[in-house]
Design a protein around this ligand. Structure first.
Ligand SMILES: NC(=O)c1ccc[n+]([C@@H]2O[C@H](COP(=O)([O-])OP(=O)(O)OC[C@H]3O[C@@H](n4cnc5c(N)ncnc54)[C@H](OP(=O)(O)O)[C@@H]3O)[C@@H](O)[C@H]2O)c1
Length: 323
């Protein structure tokens, strides 16, 4: 496994991180507890040390499953990353979405952060969180107040590093001005490259690690997505226009063009997609959502770096496809 520095935190993270949105079940058509735990443990056994979760994934369930999965492993060998700021215990902040009986607010007020961190520590069954990330930004709370609360948690030893997600460059600047920022978690993959214009160079310049999310574009970049696949009830991909049979077939056509690179690096397409992601200068770790041990196992060989000339050649193929 390839390990890299997480910002200036002193923490080393694997270049592949296990994402746990899907195992929360919500948005993904349910979850299987035993499979989920096995998927995470397989990763830890293979040297993948970073697990990314959030309170809102399954409204606490994902954090609880992570807690069960890491039990029995040396605590200092696991990098537990969770998030704060999508809250359903409060009506402060900005209403973000409603699901069932839950009204979820973007809330990064200090009192709410204090409440949330205790809930996360309890569900995870740990006494500190390695990386604590603001999940979505809350325009009703000054970033200096949010960062102030996070820095206090760090001083108290409840968290070891501070990160953000879904933040603009202007917001990154404000976080940096108010405290210590080690990571940024944006949407980033071969199809979603908005990050590259501004945020990627900014993060490189300021030693902020990028943890890419939806690195496989929800499975579309694996090369194994069958155009005829039927997504279960509650799976968000059912209504996502990227997952029509026509578009899946089109995407598989793009991935077919990477055959020479798969052969050269001895990787399958899922692994090559991961390798492409973690080879982008500035990207520290590709987060990948897993639900089965066999999926986790299949990812690990993707922790390799692709030569710059090959990355450029792959980019030319992607650009030709987009055109
Ligand atoms: N900060 C944020 O706002 C935010 C937003 C989204 C995600 N995230 C984080 O980023 C993580 C990763 O993103 P993601 O889960 O959205 O999407 P992703 O990693 O792009 O895709 C995950 C899906 O890919 C498929 N897959 C995984 N391994 C595979 C393999 N070896 N072979 C074939 N298919 C495979 C699985 O789908 P099937 O099991 O259905 O085949 C899985 O559910 C999340 O879990 C979460 O931790 C954060």
């Amino acid at each position: 496994m390839l390990y890299r520095a997480l910002g200036n935190s002193g923490i080393q993270v694997s270049a592949i991180g296990l994402g746990t949105w899907a195992i929360g079940g919500t948005w993904w058509g349910g979850t299987d507890e035993a499979d989920s735990i096995a998927a995470l443990r397989r990763g830890l056994d293979l040297g993948i040390n970073l697990i990314d979760t959030a309170p809102v994934y399954g409204f606490g369930l994902s954090e609880e499953l992570v807690g069960k999965a890491i039990k029995g492993y040396d605590r200092d060998k696991v990098v537990v990353a969770t998030k704060v700021g999508l809250a359903w215990h409060t009506t402060e902040g900005q209403l973000f979405f409603e699901m069932g009986d839950k009204r979820v607010y973007r809330c990064l007020r200090p009192a709410s952060i204090r409440h949330e961190v205790e809930q996360s520590l309890r569900r995870l069954g740990v006494d500190y969180i390695d990386l604590y990330q603001t999940h979505w930004q809350d325009s009703t709370t000054p970033i200096a107040d949010t960062m102030g609360a996070l820095m206090e948690l760090k001083a108290e030893g409840k968290i070891r590093a501070i990160g953000v997600s879904n933040a603009s460059v202007a917001q990154l600047r404000e976080y940096l001005a108010a405290g210590e920022l080690d990571s940024n978690q944006p949407l980033y993959n071969m199809l979603d490259r908005g990050l590259e214009a501004e945020a990627l160079p900014f993060c490189r310049e300021h030693a902020i690690s990028i943890l890419s999310y939806s690195s496989l574009a929800l499975g579309l970049l694996t090369g194994t997505m069958d155009p005829g696949r039927q997504f279960g009830e509650g799976d968000q991909r059912r209504r996502n226009p990227r997952f029509t049979p026509e578009n899946i077939a089109r995407m598989n056509g793009l991935l077919e063009q990477f055959a020479p690179f798969r052969a050269q690096y001895g990787l399958d397409q899922t692994q090559l997609t991961i390798a492409w992601t973690i080879s982008r200068p500035g990207v520290t770790c590709a987060l990948v959502g897993v639900r089965h041990a066999r999926q986790t196992e299949a990812l690990a060989p993707g922790a390799v770096e692709i030569a710059a000339a090959d990355l450029a050649a792959m980019d030319a193929i992607i650009a030709g496809f987009a055109a």
